[in-house]
Design a protein around this ligand. Structure first.
Ligand SMILES: *Cc1c(COP(=O)(O)O)cnc(C)c1O
Length: 355
């Protein structure tokens, strides 16, 4: 018998969530963001389920080559662009679209001897101060790009720092709009939070990530309320039970001490599976579909749950750590993080099952 942990990936939920993106932004084309191993769900698996997307967005040429090798002909936008001059050759070979955000990348592209011109996205830094050119440089950049035989279609983009907060994108949107005013170029602004809440950011292209995977980009709004279905369900089983008497403690650090007779279950899931070690006592867990709570410190391979209200539960009982019936966002909130981090941090040792 193999260790009972697995992550079930619902392909129909992925497709449902892509449909939800389309309902929010019916006029936009969708660049499905499948970086970070498809937010932990598997790059190729996600790409297959999201064939109807208009493009994919990735970070590394290895993942892009994987897609091309599997037969995907979609445009692939590379969100950090080339990391070295040498990578220009990979972009040519794989037909990739770089996001240009640094003068060095511009130089590499303009100086290359290319067999055909590239489509490029040009990123403007409108206030995130992570990647992108200052908007004031745009006229000069465009002049350079448009004069080059290496450049075909130019799309302008930016990325919001606070699209998940009411009014948080206003200043950046304003800077972007004034920089691109009067230009006849396509643009792309919105991540999940922006495309859900801010109609003005639903430009030619939207770039949803987290919502495709059925988690919420907002701290205070559930994924279900946004019309999203959970894609990943992390599930395991109870492999042992213990009976604690008052004064007995459970796990490393003895962080939980029983004050009454308490039956607990040991679950085959720990931080080496990607479950957050910082999840405290009280973090919600489902046992046989019923809500209970985590107890004590999460170990590398195991964690403990409270079975005192679940007399039927025992060895072999099904445990859901997050997913169907238990939003990943709730678990993340209890652990002081966000759903994004939990999904992306799923460990390679957890088998992914398609469903
Ligand atoms: C990751 C990323 C996205 C997707 O963001 P979500 O919040 O997951 O929707 C969009 N654009 C850029 C530039 C990104 O890096």
């Amino acid at each position: 018998m193999t260790r009972p942990i697995s992550a079930r990936i619902s392909l129909s939920a992925l497709q449902h969530n892509l449909g939800t993106v389309r309902r929010y932004a019916p006029q936009s084309r969708i660049a499905a963001v499948i970086k970070a191993n498809g937010y932990g769900h598997g790059t190729l698996r996600v790409a297959h389920a999201l064939q109807q997307a208009d493009a994919f967005a990735l970070l590394n040429v290895e993942a892009a080559a994987q897609l091309r090798h599997a037969g995907f002909a979609h445009p692939i936008v590379m969100l950090e662009g080339m990391f070295t001059r040498d990578e220009v050759a990979d972009y040519v070979a794989q037909h990739l679209i770089p996001v240009l955000h640094q003068p060095e990348q511009l130089e590499w592209l303009l100086q290359a001897d290319l067999p055909r011109p590239f489509d490029v996205w040009v990123k403007l830094n409108t206030g995130m101060n992570r990647l992108g050119f200052p908007p004031a440089q745009l006229p000069q950049l465009l002049a350079q790009l448009q004069a080059s035989a290496n450049v075909n279609r130019i799309t302008l983009m930016t990325h919001f720092a606070n699209a998940d907060i009411v009014g948080g994108a206003d200043a950046q949107l304003c800077r972007f709009s004034s920089a691109v005013a009067g230009l006849d170029l396509q643009s792309s602004l919105a991540n999940s939070a922006a495309l859900i809440d801010l109609p003005d950011t639903r430009a030619d292209w939207v770039r949803p990530g987290i919502m495709l995977y059925g988690a919420s980009p907002f701290a205070e709004r559930s994924a279900a309320a946004l019309g999203l279905q959970p894609v990943m369900t992390l599930q395991s089983r109870i492999i042992a039970t213990q009976m604690l008497q008052p004064g007995d403690s459970a796990g490393y650090g003895s962080l939980f001490t029983a004050t009454a007779p308490t039956r607990i279950g040991t679950v085959a899931c720990g931080y080496a599976d990607g479950y957050p070690r910082h999840a405290p006592t009280g973090t919600p867990v489902l046992v046989d579909g019923a809500r209970t709570r985590l107890l004590g410190r999460v170990s590398m391979d195991m964690l403990a749950v409270d079975l005192s209200q679940l007399p039927q539960a025992g060895v072999g009982s099904a445990v859901t750590l997050w997913g169907e019936g238990l939003p990943v966002d709730e678990v993340a909130q209890a652990a002081g993080t966000i759903g994004y981090e939990l999904l992306c941090a799923l460990a390679p040792r957890v088998p992914l099952l398609e469903d």
